[in-house]
Design a protein around this ligand. Sequence first.
Ligand code: AMP
Length: 418
Amino acid sequence: MSKIFQSVKGTKDILPDETPRWRVLEQTVHDFMNRWGYKEIRTPVFEQTDLFVRSVGKDSDVVSKQMYTFLDHGKTSLTLKPELTAPVIRAYIQYNIALSGGVTKLYYIDSLFRQERPQKGRLRQFQQFGIEAIGSPHPEQDAEVITAAYRLLQELGIRTMTLKLNNIGNKSSRVRYRDVLIEFLSDHLDRLSKTSQERIKTNPLRILDTKNPEEQTILEKAPHILDFLDEDDRKHYDEVLTYLDQLGVPYEQDHQLVRGLDYYTRTTFEIISPKLGAQDALCGGGRYDDLVEDLGGKPTPAIGFAAGIERILLAMDEKNMDSLEPAPRIYLAAASESARSTIFKLGIDLRNAGLFVDFDILYRSLKSQLREANRLNCVSAIIIGEDELIEGVAQVKDLQSGEQTPVDLDTIADYFLP
Ligand code: AMP
């Protein structure tokens, strides 16, 4: 017996009964972005590995453990994109997309690849939509991006969610905080997990994200990053909070929210859903004021977010997900062998005329063709048999009332077109 293949662990097929929900979601995202003035960008599936090492950071989990990296022709190291901000900024710089004197507002819907331990809401290939607003350092920009994330999730039918917000300062405030945090954690070294003991050396701020209850208890007494912000960072943070208050976007301040990627500066935020269990983050983002320059562009402040589509689909309110797909309205049925080729050609002609029709190509009996019409919830059937062929007509049957009307074959498209 030949082998039956399965999809690779951590990947997921989106089957025909699920694709309508994806399409509704994607359409909602496109419409929303249009209204908010964001333009779509699509970048390649793989990039030079270095792009991610230099932006996301070599000690981040994403770069150190999760990338799908391979050698192209045994020479160039390439990586399937594990996040989308770095490719978008690479393209922004490469094509000089910057609007002169303006803010460049981009959005995407795309696939990502990370070698993670698969579980509910955590896949190895998954999809995100997100935005990058490039060019403004001001708190209104932070408030706009955060509000966009919050309102879009609401439009997608997410009813309960919590927005968590923090400010991790500029690079130098972070270096000061890092030293104090290392000192604090060193006093509790024996109670820290192996991973955290490693992270003290590589990326100590990541320990603040821990899910380990004992470490969480220790961290309750840890110094707060907010106390290490300089005056400008602090002012920026307070203004972002004030704007969110004015815009009616509820938030919780979470001084431990550092996020895993190295490029963040100042504002970081995350939106979580109580419906999701362990992998509860729907969306994450933040400011990255140094990244454009770090990747070779002119110094340009920026902020963005990315939201996980699979998780949103798990958390969203089903009511909002009425299918976009119209069902076939008309079924063409052959009442005799001789009518089959007429039905086939007429079916294609009616589709070309813009009608939504289906017909049988399994040579089934009239009875089972009409059963199929009912299964598809068709409104009408067009039935053609021996007599109809001779007279050049078709019987149009209303499938609700059962009423039948003869209609000229030459004018049948007009009969249905509005
Ligand atoms: P990140 O790019 O890590 O900031 O993640 C942004 C969002 O993508 C998260 O809030 C999740 O909704 C989603 N996400 C991240 N990793 C995964 C994954 N492995 N599987 C599914 N969704 C993910």
